[in-house]
Design a protein around this ligand. Structure first.
Ligand code: CMC
Length: 427
């Protein structure tokens, strides 16, 4: 196969090199196209554009496969823990027991946030959405930790990573405590990362915290499934923000804001709200599937469809399978699980969804588990953010390690031609 692509334009021919991938599509390197032809490429929404070369995550949308550093998501979600997956994403290899224990101890050193930050937290209204609070507080971390990271120093990079992993987890729990008017809880370094997060979020004042293995295993599974997803909207926001050499806290804050939208991480909240609405409306599934198909109606089936997966999202498969078992172990019955399963069935038999290859995505069933774990709907996207954190950091780190240039897309200008200013009284 040729290692170049030939393009003819204006009676001349240019050759552009092919960049080979390990898996998936190879790419045409168009970086010299403008210099050679005067042309740029146009791809609104980046539907056909690779923004970087990455070693972290591979996803095959046609086959419905997902690998972190080469390991299949099915194996990791079954056998690993969230902390181990964090280590894997950040370092590229699975840790030894010693490495993992040290990593977890090192993160614990940073599981606190300046008390002045608490004053900022208290000044938010209780009505504020937890994701808005989380993004603001993450950005505020910069003010309280102003030291600039030397990205050429592995020690500095490691320290920045630990700070982010420790402090962000604390902030996630703060958004919940604020929402429900509860005093904040401090870290307990004797617990593992996920249990520590859980106790900081839920422990009532003066109550002793007991680890519930069903709850912690379920959280581990969900966090692992969300931990990275290559160049999605929020990760691209993190990378492009960081490409201006903005710091890690500022870059992650941009990621939190991007994740919040209902077409991205905000979909998990939107799914439960949709399922509740369908339940209260009498449960006529065909009616809602028809509404989703109607182009004159803004309603979309939330938790369905994906930019890259044109097959089952492997994460949705795992979560759906886990749902029944987890609800049973927790002794929870949730009517919306049946509505979700029914809706999936009706949609997957409908030619509209079949032709467009629209399948349930990670957000379709995750909220049902969060709910069973006692996590309120408005906190779902915060849970997604905590899960995605190691992915964001790994991607930011890869971008800085590779010394990538500032991200700066171009445009095709279609506005007004040059014209002269018209004074107000002549308009
Ligand atoms: N319900 C009804 N129709 C849909 C849906 C849906 N959920 N998703 C896509 N379509 C239709 C869309 O109208 C379009 O139809 P047509 O070709 O007739 O114009 C076609 O399918 C292709 O959709 P698209 O919007 O061009 O696809 P996209 O790749 O730009 O968007 C998406 C992907 C995830 C934004 C979209 O599928 C969607 O809005 N889904 C609902 C929101 C959701 O569940 N988001 C979570 C995504 S997964 C987790 C994450 O990223 O955080």
């Amino acid at each position: 196969m040729s290692s170049n692509v030939k393009i003819s334009y204006n009676n001349s021919e240019v050759e552009l090199p092919i960049v080979k991938s390990v898996y998936g599509a190879d790419a045409v390197d168009i970086s010299t196209l403008k210099a050679q032809t005067g042309l740029i490429t146009l791809d609104v929404g980046f539907k056909n554009t690779g923004s970087t070369k990455s070693r972290i995550t591979y996803l095959d949308g046609a086959e419905g496969k997902l690998l972190y550093r080469g390991y299949p998501i099915e194996q990791l979600s079954e056998k690993s823990t969230f902390t181990e997956v964090m280590y894997l994403l950040l370092h590229g290899e699975l840790p030894t027991l010693n490495q993992l224990e040290k990593f977890e101890r090192d993160i614990m050193e940073h599981c606190y946030v300046s008390q002045e930050m608490e004053q900022i937290l208290q000044n938010f209204p209780r009505s504020a959405h937890p994701m808005g609070v989380l993004s603001s507080l993450t950005s505020a971390l910069t003010a309280f930790n102003p030291r600039i990271v030397d990205v050429k120093s592995p020690e500095d990079m490691y320290e920045a990573t630990l700070m982010m992993l420790g402090k962000f987890m604390v902030l996630c729990t703060w958004t919940y405590r604020k929402k429900f008017g509860l005093p904040i809880n401090y870290s307990n370094p004797k617990l593992d990362y996920v249990s520590n997060f859980h106790q900081m979020m839920f422990r009532k004042p003066f109550e002793e915290y007991k680890v519930d293995p069903v709850v912690i295993d379920s959280l581990n599974k969900l966090f692992i499934l969300h931990a990275d997803h290559e160049q999605n909207c929020s990760t691209s926001a993190v990378r492009i923000t960081g490409s201006s050499h903005a710091g890690l806290f500022a870059s992650i804050s941009a990621g939190v804001s991007a994740l919040w939208g209902p077409l991205h991480g905000g979909a998990n909240q939107a799914v439960i709200e949709m399922l509740e609405m369908i339940k209260h409306d009498g449960g006529d599934l065909q009616k809602w599937v028809d509404k989703a198909k109607d182009k004159s109606d803004d309603f979309r089936l939330m938790g369905f469809g994906h930019r890259v997966y044109k097959n089952f999202d492997p994460r949705a498969k795992i979560i759906k399978k886990a749902c029944d078992g987890i609800l049973e172990k927790l002794g929870v019955e949730d009517e919306v699980l049946e509505i979700a399963k029914g809706l999936e069935k009706v949609a997957l038999e409908d030619p509209y969804f079949v032709e467009r290859k629209l399948y349930p995505n990670v957000d379709f069933y995750s909220g049902i588990i969060y709910r069973a774990l006692g996590i309120p709907t408005e906190m779902f996207t915060v849970m997604f953010a905590l899960g995605r954190l190691p992915g964001w950091i790994s991607q930011w780190k890869e971008m800085r390690d590779n010394n990538e240039p500032i991200g700066r897309p171009m445009q095709v200008y279609i506005g007004a031609e040059r014209r002269d200013y018209v004074p107000m009284n002549e308009r």
